[in-house]
Ligand binder design. Structure first.
Ligand SMILES: C[S@@+](CC[C@H](N)C(=O)[O-])C[C@H]1O[C@@H](n2cnc3c(N)ncnc32)[C@H](O)[C@@H]1O
Length: 285
């Protein structure tokens, strides 16, 4: 159904096929995959609509479209995802960076201010998207990025290299266990926050991502409790925590920090969909 077709007709065929398999973004997914296979920009597809790709190119395109039809995210197929205007290498060892996490980075940048030099800890760094974006867009004294997964740390290191982000120190660590130093100005984290119950009903597509990047014990609250109990030992007494929130549990999470004597001036920031997305908590010492 694909061979011998022009770019224009390949796109139409792939779009129809993906739609028939229940893929919502069938049109844009077909375009992203074909431009990746042809190694051209997405906009160029439209200038070259009548061109016929080679047999090998079509064969690759067909394989990728089949993978997409089975739910595999486009970012894992192309191996790249965009975040804060930068490109990140991704594979099934790391969560695909999400647009809503950009709010977290924007809040940290706004707080840190371009004139100041702060030290930052990015807990649960995954692909390194938060640490790398901060290193590229802010002026920080130093950035430490940690994750329990060695494979994730390796990808994060590659992403720092790809984006020429030079001042990041990567550490393999189970939450705070491998972190030394008590003088961070900022701890930022997008921790796993999906409960087992929520995971069971997630879309098939999300099951391609590492389960340990998504799911947290204690109804999804484990990392929030750990961070609330332990972060103050790693922060200066003027320090601040920025956390991405599970929007379904934002006020429960805020209560965890409200009930702790270590924090003051709690703020919840909404995302562009109006959902509570970031919790900010200043150290109260
Ligand atoms: C939701 S992902 C966030 C990844 C990345 N920061 C982002 O925003 O796209 C959570 C990350 O936490 C890591 N993780 C899971 N359990 C952990 C633990 N006990 N200690 C440290 N990191 C952990 C996972 O490997 C995963 O990379």
């Amino acid at each position: 159904m694909f061979y011998g077709k022009s770019i224009f007709n390949l796109l139409k065929t792939a779009e129809r096929f993906l739609k028939s398999k229940g893929i919502c973004e069938s049109k844009s997914d077909a375009q992203v995959v074909l431009s990746f296979v042809l190694n051209i920009k997405r906009q160029e597809l439209f200038f070259r609509g009548s061109l016929k790709p080679t047999y090998e190119q079509i064969s690759k395109f067909k394989d990728y479209i089949l993978r997409r039809s089975e739910g595999e995210p486009v970012a894992y197929i192309t191996g790249f995802a965009g975040f804060m205007g930068f490109e990140f290498k991704v594979n099934n060892n790391v969560l695909i960076p999400r647009p809503e996490t950009e709010i977290l980075v924007e809040r940290v940048l706004e707080f840190a201010d371009m004139r100041s030099k702060w030290s930052v800890l990015d807990l649960c760094t995954g692909s390194g998207c938060i640490a790398v974006a901060l290193a590229k867009l802010g002026v920080f004294e130093n950035i430490t990025a940690s994750d329990i997964s060695e494979n994730a740390i390796n990808i994060a290191k590659e992403n720092a290299q790809i984006n020429n982000a030079i001042n990041i120190n990567f550490v393999k660590s189970d939450i705070f266990d491998g972190i030394s130093g008590d003088n961070f100005d900022i701890i930022v984290s997008n921790p796993p926050y999906v409960s087992e119950e929520e995971y069971c009903i997630l879309k098939n597509e999300l099951k391609f991502e590492p389960k340990n990047a998504l799911v947290a014990k204690n109804s999804g609250l484990f990392f929030y409790r750990e961070i609330s109990n332990r972060a103050c030992r790693y922060l200066k007494n003027t320090g601040i925590v920025f956390l991405e929130l599970n929007a379904n549990k934002a006020y429960e999470i805020r209560s965890i920090f409200l009930d702790s004597p270590y924090y003051k001036n709690l703020r919840i920031v909404k995302d562009y969909a109006g959902l509570p997305r970031v919790l900010e908590a200043e150290i109260n010492i």
